[in-house]
Design a protein around this ligand. Structure first.
Ligand code: GUN
Length: 289
């Protein structure tokens, strides 16, 4: 079994981005500027946004963080996005999801200018991705593709089972893996909560991408010997031995599944790191275009 080490791979890619930013500074070119918006106080979202801002600092990007109260109205949020759309110094806009129930995620996503849509969630970006046109690809699936590419994993002709059909991960992941690219060129099965024979499908998978948000859901009896396992889950489970009172586990039961896998991503230190890396790449691209 080989670990797909998101810490190591993301460090290498971030260093490349850092050098590109340094070269831009040398040449008196604009540095990328990411505006992140966090509504409410969800602890996990706070952590994710904080690490995005920290990574901007590390790279030499500018960042603006707007922390909005949980009772911020939809109109207020949309107005802030419009301000950022009109601000020529801001290259990328990120609104951390999920949003409080009284705010429409669709409206928010549709309001971000497609040229600043570094999350790749706008219908323009998704449509272009489906057509194989140049655009911003959502960070988590793109980070996974970067990871597979980095390890030289040949995916051509393989059967990839994606578990979970979210707009952010499962749906774009299934598309990317089915495209005529490498990584890619897989036969893809997109599964979800209504899938009846999930275990049988998983047992036929050469690659499993688990993105269902249920701790340790994929167990060893669901995995074929030699399968490649990509774990997107970041679930908090209670752990009295930790100072925080919790620890992070993935959607895969790592300790047992690793015995069967040829490659597997750890949690933490796997896909999460790659997601940030892919977001930063998109922000650099937004600044260049
Ligand atoms: N929530 C979970 N993943 C993401 C992401 O990639 N981008 C944003 N904006 N919110 C998220």
């Amino acid at each position: 079994m080989q670990l797909l080490d998101g810490v190591k791979v993301s460090e290498e890619i971030l260093k490349e981005i850092q050098s590109e930013v340094a070269a831009r500074v040398q040449n008196n070119k604009k540095v990328p500027h990411l505006a992140a918006i966090l509504v409410g106080e969800d602890p996990a979202s706070q952590t994710y946004v904080a690490s995005k801002v920290k990574t901007c600092d590390f790279l030499g990007f500018k960042s603006t963080l707007s922390r909005l109260a949980p009772d911020t109205t939809e109109a207020e949020l949309l107005a802030l996005i419009e301000t950022y759309n009109a601000d020529s110094d801001i290259d990328g806009i990120l609104v951390q999801l999920p949003l409080p129930k009284h705010i429409s995620e669709d409206k928010v996503i549709n309001t971000i200018h497609p040229e600043k849509d570094v999350d790749g969630f706008h219908p323009n970006s998704i449509g272009k991705m489906v057509l194989g046109q140049d655009t911003f690809i959502p960070a988590t699936p793109n980070g996974i593709m970067m990871m597979l590419q980095h390890y030289g994993i040949d995916t051509v002709g393989k059967h990839c089972v994606v578990i979970g059909r979210s707009n952010i991960v499962g749906t774009p992941m299934s598309l990317l893996m089915s495209r005529n690219t490498n990584p890619g060129n897989c036969t893809v099965t997109l599964t979800h909560s209504k899938t009846k024979n999930l275990k049988e499908l998983c047992l036929e998978a050469d690659i499993i991408v688990a993105a269902i948000g249920r701790p340790k859901y994929v167990t060893a009896d669901m995995v074929k010997e030699g399968a490649i396992i990509v774990d997107v889950g970041i679930n908090r489970i209670e752990d009295a031995t930790k100072k925080s009172g919790f620890r992070l586990v993935g959607d895969v039961d790592f300790d047992t599944v690793k015995e069967k896998a040829s490659y597997i991503t750890p949690v933490p230190g796997g896909v999460g790191k790659m997601t940030i890396c892919a977001l930063m790449q998109n922000t650099l691209k937004a600044c260049k275009d």
